[in-house]
Ligand binder design. Structure first.
Ligand SMILES: C[S@@+](CC[C@H](N)C(=O)[O-])C[C@H]1O[C@@H](n2cnc3c(N)ncnc32)[C@H](O)[C@@H]1O
Length: 246
């Protein structure tokens, strides 16, 4: 898929080599897996934008049958190398139009992955095809940032929290509030040199997401501010939303 901000295939070509280092499977990842597994123990799960398998592999090890779709051959190559026991069924494809994968108990997009689709039409297509691929009673789970926080700062340089004495991370950002686009270069400076990671998000408001889900025939079942079930309110910086197919 070609598009204005480069394809995911291009953006993740370089990132695939450093993704697991930058975003290790951590306590937050374990909470993600626990919450998804509770929705359908040993169920059929589909991860849209599965990447290197950060979440999918751990979910499969909990006994779920996990399929993951991604449009980046480089990210899937890393997934394959992490997937020694073949626990995750990996598919190269477009998450806006997945087809022929069967019906699932849970379909999920984590880590702002819905925002990787850069137009409203593509996001609507993604939510409605996910709804079609759910069995009755199945759930679509979306974890994403609350946009009011994303464009709130017009600052072109946003410092990341300090992790140690020797390194620093910066985000250089550009915004288009009409198209709801935030374009970033994440810059990591440390003893190993400089690493730069591009990302482009079309951020979505929770009300807009609820409308996409309603149009797709889904109902909001729960919304929390974290995977541990914390209350969602006006101060929340992200949301975990669970929609159910009646
Ligand atoms: C932020 S990463 C998240 C990876 C993984 N879900 C995780 O939590 O670590 C987003 C992933 O979405 C994939 N992606 C972006 N656009 C896509 C599309 N149209 N179809 C399928 N995958 C896409 C990228 O290649 C990348 O692997």
């Amino acid at each position: 898929m070609t598009e204005r901000y480069g394809t995911a295939e291009d953006r993740y070509k370089y990132l695939s080599a450093i993704y697991d280092e930058l975003f290790p499977f951590d306590a937050d990842g374990s909470a993600t897996v626990a919450a998804l597994e509770r929705l359908a123990p040993a169920g059929r799960m589909l991860e849209l934008g599965v990447g290197t398998g950060r979440v999918a592999l751990a979910l499969a090890r909990q006994g779920c049958e996990v399929t993951g779709i991604d449009s980046s051959p480089d990210m899937l190559r890393v997934l394959e190398s992490n997937n020694g026991d073949g626990a995750v069924h990996a598919v190269l494809g477009d998450m806006a139009h997945p087809s022929g994968l069967g019906e699932f108990d849970v379909i999920y997009l984590v880590y702002n992955t819905l925002f990787e689709l850069h137009t409203q039409d593509l996001q609507v297509a993604c939510v409605s095809s996910a709804a079609r691929n759910l069995r009755g009673g199945g759930r679509l789970v979306i974890e994403a940032a609350v946009p009011s926080r994303v464009p709130a700062s017009e600052s072109p340089v946003i410092p990341a929290p300090f992790k140690d004495l020797e390194s620093v991370g910066l985000q250089i950002a550009r915004y288009d509030h009409v198209q709801q686009i935030a374009e970033y270069r994440h810059v990591f400076l440390g003893p190993d040199g400089v690493k730069i990671m591009p990302s482009v998000h079309r951020y979505v408001y929770v009300s807009e997401l609820d409308l996409m889900a309603t149009l797709a025939g889904l109902k909001l079942e729960a919304r929390h501010s974290d995977w541990d079930g914390s209350r969602f309110d006006a101060r929340s910086s992200r949301h975990v939303s669970v929609y159910v197919k009646p």
